[in-house]
Design a protein around this ligand. Structure first.
Ligand code: PMP
Length: 354
């Protein structure tokens, strides 16, 4: 630590991202897509676009917000884009919860929520899940605090129903409810429709998982226009050019190519379900994950040991050394071939450690 860091930030415990490997590995640790982005993305990244990089990107992100609005049947003034959905979450938690404000989230959930709460001086309540890792919606009814929930939740993969989301949103009219739908494309019924009915709902999404663009860093939020205006006010007070020209073009092309992504998403769901069955046959318990990852545990081998053994074989998955889930592993769904190598390796390790 240098002598210059403000006292405000000395005790920060930063978010720890899954590692990005240099050597050739089977990478099942950060919930990326195993597939390349839509070919349309390559087409729009033309020489002409590159030659124009001497100019700033469009701070209003007109092309991208229009494409997203069109895809989800809302108006462009209901869309806010960020440098990854982390950026959108950061602006929202900073702006709507603020210093001294109150926020709650599930105790086992996306690890960035507590970090954002900490850096922005927000008082965070982390609400325990039920024993089966599901969210008890009664904990969030008439809560009287801002709420952020990942739906499907991470790392459990479990999803709340549309009706349950509506109960939470409608019972907290004076607080913001952020539904983080980073993994919703693999699940089904988004609560996006509800933004037209409720002024206290912000739904966030990302291009990093279903749209094979984690390296591009694009995410977005959808809400009624007053919330979007506030987010833009914050953005224009902090980093007006939060997306670069290449990201804007590429993401706009990607979001318009439903045909390509619908097929890839269906393939990932199929591989997920098949891999899950294979793990269950090896004696694992898996949650009913609706995301692009599996959350699994076995009494036959400690999760930490299996994680290390897979690592030695250049297969990266995610292990969280955290109470209640420290015997679980989160395994991103890769390609069919990668998942076969993974399950074969797991079977072999289990055999060797009997
Ligand atoms: N929400 C959840 C639940 C996530 O798992 C992630 C990915 N780590 C994000 C948001 C952020 O994704 P990105 O910034 O890549 O859009």
């Amino acid at each position: 630590m240098s002598r210059f860091l403000s006292d405000n930030y000395k005790s920060l415990v930063p978010y720890v991202p899954g590692e990005q490997a240099n050597v050739k590995v089977i990478k099942l640790n950060t919930n990326e897509s195993p597939f390349a982005p839509s070919p349309k993305v390559k087409e729009v990244l033309s020489e002409q676009v590159i030659d124009n990089l001497n100019r700033y990107s469009d701070p209003e992100l007109k092309e991208l917000t229009a494409a997203i609005a069109n895809r989800f049947g809302v108006t462009p003034d209901m869309v806010f884009c960020g440098n990854g959905s982390d950026d959108v979450l950061a602006f929202a938690i900073m702006g709507f919860c603020g210093k001294g404000g109150k926020l709650c989230c599930p105790e086992i959930s996306y690890g960035f929520y507590p970090v954002y709460a900490d850096i922005f001086g927000v008082e965070l309540e982390q609400i325990p899940l039920k024993d089966d890792f599901s969210i008890d919606i009664n904990d969030y009814i008439n809560k009287g605090k801002n709420i952020v929930i990942a739906n499907p939740n991470a790392p459990t993969g479990l999803a709340l129903s549309y009706d349950d989301v509506e109960k939470i949103v409608s019972s907290n009219p004076d607080n913001l409810v952020i539904m983080d739908e980073a993994y919703m494309a693999f699940c089904g019924k988004s609560c996006m429709e509800l933004v037209k009915k409720y002024s206290n709902l912000l739904v966030t999404r990302t291009f990093s998982k279903s749209h094979s663009l984690a390296g591009l860093r694009v995410g977005f939020g959808i809400a009624q226009k007053e919330i979007i205006e506030d987010l833009n006010k914050l953005k224009f007070s902090f980093n007006p050019y939060n997306l670069n020209t290449l990201s804007i073009k590429a993401a706009a092309a990607a979001i318009a190519d439903n045909e390509y992504y619908d097929a890839k998403i269906a393939e990932i769901v199929e591989i997920r379900d098949k891999t899950q069955k294979q793990l269950e046959a090896l004696g694992f318990r898996c949650t009913d994950s609706k995301a692009n990852f599996i959350f699994a545990s076995s009494d036959k081998i400690p999760a930490a040991k299996l994680y290390e053994e897979l690592r030695k074989r250049n297969i990266l998955i995610r292990y969280f050394k955290k109470a209640k889930i420290d015997n679980y592993l989160r395994i991103t769904v890769g390609s069919a071939e990668e998942m076969q190598v993974f399950t074969d390796a797991v079977a072999q390790i289990m055999e060797e450690n009997k």
